[in-house]
Design a protein around this ligand. Sequence first.
Ligand SMILES: C[S@@+](CC[C@H](N)C(=O)[O-])C[C@H]1O[C@@H](n2cnc3c(N)ncnc32)[C@H](O)[C@@H]1O
Length: 275
Amino acid sequence: MKKLPLIAILIVAASLIYWAFTRIPPKSEKSGEPEVEIEDSSEYWESVTSVEQTPSYQPPPPEHNFYSDGPKTRDGIGKYYQGREIAYVMGHPAIQWLERPEREKEEAPTKALDLIKLAPGEVLADIGAGSGYYSLRIAMTHPNSRVVSVDIQPEMIDFLKGRTDKLGIANVSPHLGKIDGIGLPDESIDAALMIDAYHEFSHPYEMMKSIASALRPGGRVYLLEYREEDPDVPIKPLHKMSQEQAKKEMALVGLEWDTTIDDLPWQHFMVFKKP
Ligand SMILES: C[S@@+](CC[C@H](N)C(=O)[O-])C[C@H]1O[C@@H](n2cnc3c(N)ncnc32)[C@H](O)[C@@H]1O
């Protein structure tokens, strides 16, 4: 009987030794690093730009294979389309930059919003909607129209959803798109809007094809890009686009240039139409 406590002690000690050797240590203990994930946005952008193709993706026939590889610069992915290098995707850690208060002074979004026409009952797809900076403002000023906010980053979609719920905005539909298509039905939208987004589409040809299909005949494309022709616009070169370049790329998918309004401080406001 006297041996019982000793046996109990031995059993407890053996269990502790077994546990110490077999448990999986938490991440923070393994590397000595804090457990909080630290954003490495450059790596994130790499992964976003190399997302697998959708199963339905069919490469364009050889005569339409417009892409080529070339020198990879700091802000680009080394893939070229119509003579320009495609820029990295801006990762969701930059949400605060998209929502920055100085944006009004720098880009005059209120002025841009006035130029976007949307009649009651019409549907506008905001492609590359990001945090929803524009989507939400358009939805609020056009309560009888619908805004479909498309982005490829689930984190952007989640942020946008959070804001529409908080503000009680019912006419915004967040929609997770793919790198090579918006995934909306044919002839389901009246207008497409791309603000500071098109230059970073990794598959611009496929994206514009799918946008053109989703537009109803006569539908508008509002394309806002930082003016490449203006050296005073303080934006990295790959995030800018000239009018000539934009017209060439839209023409490739059958969109016709309609007008350009150059009243904004930094961006071209270009309108294209589906015939
Ligand atoms: C620089 S942000 C601009 C966001 C917003 N338009 C604005 O002006 O506040 C560009 C956005 O385009 C998105 N994007 C990139 N490629 C895309 C694609 N193929 N389809 C949809 N969104 C895309 C990115 O995820 C990013 O949120």
